[in-house]
Design a binder for this molecule. Structure first.
Ligand code: FCB
Length: 454
């Protein structure tokens, strides 16, 4: 599919989706809420990490972010105005348990109570994500996700949130992009908590899989009709060139990362190729993996952004580079735009694991948007990106993949982790000086798509 081939007319696209398809938005607590020291919120590892000199490109933090904590009604009104049917947000663990364990901070839970009520009043279905990386610092001080006690801590936290929201929320997600959290935070050191140790990262994965199961059980015991999932970032992994070496490297990387979670969750244990690759690279040294429990998934959440091309530097495992091929169409993140990859990833997940349902829990693009003098934000490239990716979802649906929803990342421009405020993913522009929100052309386009949907 090329850029010119895609039909940007949203009503033609809308026809390819079933009645009631879950069009929505996704966001996360630390990236938008701000109010970092309000109503008893404790510190998270991102509060700490953002203060490490050089950790964040523009030296900023999420202290204020989009001030969504105070402006959530305005933000919900914006979503409602666009016709959104669903909203995926995350709960900040340190708002609920400032020190990570023990009794709930009721004022923290009150915020999510108000948020859920306002969403429901606006006709928007909430999808609650329990963990989008902002672990209470107090738990990190005790080992964080690398300590197996996190399984109990996480289940206790899940129970507190579910006890409060169980009567109004059926859609739950335990973890967002656990591989990014484990690998970028514990092996690459570019996300909180900023560690660089592979065995620690793989211990984190082991504990995440156990924690998912424990939290899922806690939610099920409290929420009748709960629909529970996890969101994975499965981008398209491809060999950079058609050589044995690159093909082998791509297969090993995909197994050591994506199948490293998906195989256990679908009851197969850790994948052989991934085990070989991690072992050969010394990542399993001194580590005893558990036998991870199968995941109890009502749906698989898929976050998809790009094609990752793998280039082998030698025959050794993990001696490779991963990224966009030079000269390809890329977003401001340097991510290769590959809508056909989304279709192919959906087809592959369906063929390989056959999850009961797949929800696109994130998809979107960063571009350096500006507000024109006439007040418009002409983000044509984002419109094209969305149209092509949504068309790809339509193709997967037509081929029989049970996709039930699509959440754009994101409603608002926000704090993009180690890149600070330098990357704008929103369909709504945010002026971070004034907190003024301005709908971009892509927001109007998405609204037309939803309006044209059954
Ligand atoms: C994903 C994250 C999300 C956001 C987008 C751009 O990896 O889940 O928080 O940063 O990328």
């Amino acid at each position: 599919m090329t850029k010119t081939e895609v039909d940007l007319d949203p009503s033609a696209l809308a026809d390819r989706f079933p009645t009631g398809f879950g069009w929505g938005f996704a966001a996360s607590a630390y990236q938008i809420e701000g109010a970092a020291a309000e109503d008893g919120r404790g510190r998270s590892i991102w509060d700490t990490f953002a203060r490490v000199p050089g950790a964040i490109a523009d030296g900023q933090t999420g202290d204020v972010a989009c001030d969504h904590y105070h402006r959530f009604r305005e933000d919900i009104a914006l979503m409602a105005g666009l016709g959104a049917r669903a909203y995926r947000f995350s709960v900040s663990w340190p708002r609920v348990q400032p020190d990570g364990t023990g009794a709930a901070n009721e004022r923290g839970l009150d915020f999510y109570d108000r948020l859920v009520d306002a969403l429901l009043a606006a006709g928007i279905r909430p999808l609650v994500n329990l963990f989008h990386w902002d672990l209470p610092q107090a738990l990190q001080d005790q080992g964080g996700f690398a300590d197996s006690r996190v399984v109990g801590w996480f289940a206790e936290y899940a129970e507190l949130v579910a006890s409060r929201l169980h009567d109004r929320v059926s859609d739950w997600m335990t973890l967002n992009e656990p591989a990014v959290y484990a690998f970028l935070g514990h092996a690459d050191g570019i996300h909180a908590p900023g560690l660089r140790d592979w065995p620690t990262a793989l211990r984190v994965v082991d504990n995440q899989l156990q924690a998912h199961a424990a939290a899922g059980a806690a939610i099920r015991s409290l929420v009748k009709d709960a629909r529970i999932g996890v969101a994975f970032d499965v981008n398209q992994v491809a060999p950079a060139t058609d050589t044995d070496r690159d093909r082998q490297a791509a297969a090993r990387w995909s197994s050591a990362r994506d199948a490293w979670y998906l195989d256990p969750l679908f009851g197969r244990g850790y994948p052989r190729l991934g085990l070989e690759a991690h072992r050969a690279a010394g990542h399993l040294d001194g580590l005893e993996l558990t036998d991870p429990p199968p995941g109890d998934l009502d749906y698989l959440g898929l976050n998809y952004y790009r094609r990752d091309s793998v280039s082998a530097l030698s025959d050794r495992a993990f001696d490779w580079t991963i990224g966009a091929r030079p000269g390809t169409e890329q977003t401001q993140m340097g991510w290769e735009v590959a809508p056909d990859g989304l279709r192919d990833v959906l087809l592959a997940l369906h063929a390989e694991y056959a999850p009961r349902e797949i929800v696109i829990t994130e998809n979107g693009a960063a571009f350096p948007d500006t507000v024109d003098p006439d007040g418009r934000v002409r983000d044509d490239r984002r419109v094209a990106y969305l149209a092509r990716h949504i068309a790809a979802v339509g193709e997967a649906l037509a081929a029989g993949v049970p996709v039930s929803g699509y959440h754009v990342w994101s409603l608002l421009d926000n704090f993009e982790w180690s890149l600070g405020y330098s990357r704008r993913f929103g369909l709504v522009h945010v002026d971070f000086e004034t907190q003024r929100r301005t709908g971009k052309d892509s927001a109007a386009w998405y609204a037309r798509l939803i309006a044209a949907s059954r």
